[in-house]
Design a protein around this ligand. Sequence first.
Ligand code: SF4
Length: 504
Amino acid sequence: MVYLFLSDNALENDTRNIINVFYPLAHIKVIRCQGQYTSLKSLLDTGEFAIHVQHKKLKPDAVQITTRLCDNRRVWTEGETVYGLPEGYIKDKAFKYGLKRCVLKLLTRYTGYRPPWGILTGIRPVKLVNQMRAQGVSAAEIWQYLTDELMLSNSKGSLLMEVSDIQQDVLASIARDGVNIYIGIPFCTSRCIYCSFVSQVMGTRNSNLEEYLNCLLEEIRCTGRMLGHAGIRPLNIYIGGGTPTSLDINQLRELLDCIRQSFSFEGVEEYNIEAGRPDTIDKDKLTLLYGYGINRLCINPQTFNEKTLKLIGRKHTARDIIDKYYIARKIGFKNINMDIIVGLPGEDDTMVANTLGFLDDLKPDSVTVHALAIKKGSHLKEKAVKSRNTLRHNYICNTAMVYDSLRKMDMIPYYLYRQKYMHGNEENIGFCRKGKEGLYNITTMEDSHSIIALGAGAISKAVLNNNRIERISNPKDTGVYVNRIHQVIDNKREMLEMLTLKNQ
Ligand code: SF4
């Protein structure tokens, strides 16, 4: 248990965010308090601690922030004076950053662990750098901001700058008009223990795959017509999930045919499908995908260690991955991505190195490295909560070793994002051979293009003038999606009207 003593509600989110960087599953009890700090040493059990946050105006524009942590042994203190604040400073960015830095320093001293991303908890750190560059901020100033203000480690600062550099060239080469299309198939053949998506296991009692597909095809046809009338063309198309290749070959053909008939393919650069699990693809399905123009294929091993594959709920072997990969190459796929996860239960550096060895032999065009995140709704989270595991991250995997290996395979880091509750407080990052950057990944993560997202749980984003973003979400539950399909299509119409107005 972590006790958090606050004088003001507005301090809670920022303080919590930083505590979660160290203790992702911590149970935090917030206690409102006014006035002076009181040590609670004698009341706390071993492993528990309390944090007090206080702030006091020193001058009209300067505020002293003081944070204290006590456990049942001793007390630690960290403070900072923040200058240049307005009258109602509590919601001011400079004050909030000052508060976060104090809590971060306090917990760094207490745990002996320095989080590599400092106080940066947002999911799109590269976008931040790209925006600063677009505003004309120099590289030296950006570096100072990242390492001093946000307290990033030098290695994360360099990584961000490098990814941003690589993206500048790619973004400059992509047509500015056009939209990304996302099509979701939230069905899988079994459930991975870390999965927090709404995906259903196929063939179970509640599975409504047929009805779902009928509605999805309807949404695709209507959206295609509306895009055609508005003169908006697709730039990248991404079929994701779930595992879209869990569909049988006839269903898959019907889906691909509908997409082909509904959208203009004239300007489409990247046509991607997640064939995540090798047990859902065979020569016939791969030939079908290739024939319909899919030009980027994701075959996701996650790990090549048999024991782990079983443990995480995958129903395939490492051999299946290798066999399907070579079949895909033989058919002609020239752009294959593989996802791996670091921080999987029971995996140490040697096991991760084993996975990297397989990747080195197979030579995929890109590798996306995910740091395991223990998310709400996953079996892993239930287990962790049951075992009352509120300890900070388990630092068994050396991501520097993973990135070095990928660089030795002639790959460069081209996109990056973060999530809450990630293993080792790391990041998800895409590496690729030059020229094989995932365009959908970059453009959606950087919000450079709108996304028209179809299917249950899909979230559309209209990127409007002045970087304003409007989101429209489809219902997550496939049953609700089926029941509300007309409303879903009406919402899409509204979104396309917004985009049409923007283009006028
Ligand atoms: S393949 Fe992906 S969507 Fe399907 S269960 Fe595993 S993590 Fe979830």
